[in-house]
Design a protein around this ligand. Sequence first.
Ligand code: ZN
Length: 188
Amino acid sequence: MEGDKMTFRSHILLGVIAGYSLSYMPNIVPYSEAEIFSMLGIVALGAVAPDVDEPNSYIGKKLPIFSHFVSGLFGHRGFTHFLLFPILLLLGGIYFFPSYKEYIYAFCFGVFMHQVGDMLTKSGIPSYFFPFSYGPLKHKAVLLPYPLRLKTGGKVEMFIVLPLLFACLMFMLWGKYGSIITTQIGRI
Ligand SMILES: [Zn+2]
């Protein structure tokens, strides 16, 4: 399956950008800057977590024993890549750890954004809507027509997608903090 999975860097960037863009909606996300940044760290963690089912992935190499266990149990792009996974995590997390619900939201959001990222790749996510696998739901979940989908871990991701995502993040940060930075520089 080498060459059809997004690298962990793209997953992190995509998750953080999506999470950060939510912070532009203060009515939905009523958190302070400091809270938003600590939550983005959790989003990043969630954004790499689903590939624990692939022992050769970044997170799989960090947790080899757990990774072999999960991949043996579910296979790659199995359960941790189904829509059911973040939903169950969210419900279970909030039920058992209600005082950490912000962090649980953030982690599950990261997981979901990982799945969105994988849907942009050539192989998509088979059985995404498990256990509902009939009619149109039985096809693999993809977000783009085949020619536009990424052959990830490849040159397009390395030289186009990753720099674009990075530029996007810088642009957003500049939009929010650029004026502060320039006034600070002006004072020097
Ligand atoms: Zn994945």
